[in-house]
Design a protein. Structure first.
Length: 432
């Protein structure tokens, strides 16, 4: 990690205005942007810790494991920090498993989800001996069994059941309805269970559900936990004892500042639902841990009139760095780094990418912006950097973590040479 500056100031965990300046864990974001440039992701180590502990502590003495969903943000430094706090991992591809291993997670601390796992991915997963492969279909289960037999190594599996529960989230991130591609319908799962006792190379360790992401009402989450608990009871009656139930991730965060489900209320609801089974609970939170702990800093690079009341503010950060607004119409708060008492103006904040959907913030009131001003796009820690792309040949931004009054570059900015390193410039790949 490359060390940056040290800035003395009053310490507040996370992002807050101190003396009219937006800070991260007590460090001035303007100072970081001045040194590291923009676009830039900045993460608060203290808020990451606080958000992990808020969920973990809420379980009290109830047996549980938090499997951080790497898909939300798999930067090595973030994963290592969470691993150090006692987190386990939820990986969605064999490459996320490799990253998890480099973060320090042991195979028995990793669950492997994913609606389409290739033969190569399944083979690695079986031979690694993961805590569980979360199985998405009868066919996948059969392929896992064949690999387990071939390697003489029984596989630990959890069946992901589609509970047909409406998460009431955005349709693109709802996964628990029959019409969604995820999981095994409950009747088909029951049929699978009846065959499992005669299959010595498959060890059923859990049942799994994940109904969606950015879920902001408690009832669907409680319903999903009740659902897996009921299946666990059914299985016990059939003489099949599970090791745990996995209720997935999905706890929503507040993107607009309005109240959302508190971690304590969420954990209370799932523990109440599962307690009658006595089984440990696995959760797979991603967004709720890392989302609010990151911002994306973007600089105003152009201003131009839009209509009689509004201007376009063109930022150097857009859909390539934060895809959520273009992909889901998602809302993120946007704030200048320096608070001002000036009369706000109406802006459409857009990115530099050659797409009309590259709008970061629609219809916003902000203090008058000038070219060169830096703004913070809040709650960009989850599904920001993880979904970034090189579209328009834009390099991936640097990532910075603030910890204990210092900032560290945890990923350097991509260079044009990095970007072109995989290409052969028209000469073609070497013949093999
Ligand atoms: N687990 C699974 C199976 C997922 O598909 C996802 C994301 O959609 C997660 C966990 C993490 O969800 P979230 O980031 O909303 O907590």
């Amino acid at each position: 990690m490359i060390s940056g500056g040290i800035v003395e100031s009053r310490f507040v965990a996370g992002f807050s205005l101190v003396d009219h300046h937006l800070q991260c864990d007590g460090v001035d974001l303007g100072a970081i942007a001045a040194v590291e440039g923009t676009p830039l992701y900045v993460y608060s180590a203290e808020l990451l810790r606080a958000r992990f502990h808020a969920l973990d502590d809420a379980f009290g003495t109830y047996p549980h494991a938090l499997h951080y969903a790497l898909k939300a943000n798999s930067n090595l430094a973030i994963g290592r920090l969470l691993h150090g706090l006692g987190s386990c991992a939820d990986a969605n591809s064999i490459w996320e498993i490799d990253v998890a291993r480099r973060m320090g997670f042991r195979p028995d601390q990793i669950v492997f989800t994913g609606v389409g796992k290739s033969p190569e991915e399944l083979e690695r997963a079986v031979t690694l001996g993961l805590k569980a492969i979360n199985v998405e279909s009868a066919g996948e289960l059969a392929r896992i069994e064949a690999l387990a037999v071939a390697h003489g190594q029984p596989a630990r599996v959890a069946v992901r059941i589609n509970p047909d529960i409406d998460a009431k989230s955005h349709p693109h991130i709802s996964t628990g309805l029959k019409i969604n591609k995820f999981g095994v319908p409950v009747d088909a799962a029951r049929e699978l269970f009846t065959t499992l006792s005669g299959r010595p190379y498959l060890k059923l360790v859990a049942v799994h559900v994940h109904i969606g992401s950015q879920v902001t009402s408690l009832e669907p989450l409680r319903g999903a936990a009740e659902f897996v608990a009921a299946i666990a009871v059914e299985l016990r009656r059939m003489g099949m004892e599970l090791e745990y139930v996995d209720v997935g991730g999905g706890l929503g965060i507040s993107y607009d500042g309005s109240p959302v489900i508190e971690p304590r209320a969420y954990v209370e609801a799932i523990v109440d639902a599962v307690r009658p089974t006595g089984l440990p609970i696995v959760i797979e939170p991603g967004r709720s841990i890392v989302g609010p702990a990151g911002v994306l800093l973007g600089r105003v690079i152009d201003l131009k009139p839009r209509n009689a009341i509004s201007d376009f503010a063109v930022l150097d950060a857009g859909m390539t760095e934060l895809m959520r607004p273009a992909l889901y119409g998602a809302f993120h708060r946007i704030e200048p780094l320096r608070a001002s008492g000036a009369e706000p103006r109406h802006y459409e904040l857009v990115g530099p990418v050659c797409e009309s959907s590259d709008v970061v913030g629609r219809d916003r009131m902000l203090p008058p912006l000038a070219i060169g001003d830096v703004v913070a796009i809040r709650d960009a820690g989850a599904y920001g950097s993880a979904m970034a792309s090189n579209y328009n040949r834009r390099p991936l931004p640097a990532e910075v973590m603030v910890d204990d009054g210092h900032w560290h570059v945890i990923r350097r900015r991509q260079s044009i040479d990095d970007m072109l390193a995989l290409e052969f410039g028209g000469k073609g790949a070497p013949v093999r």
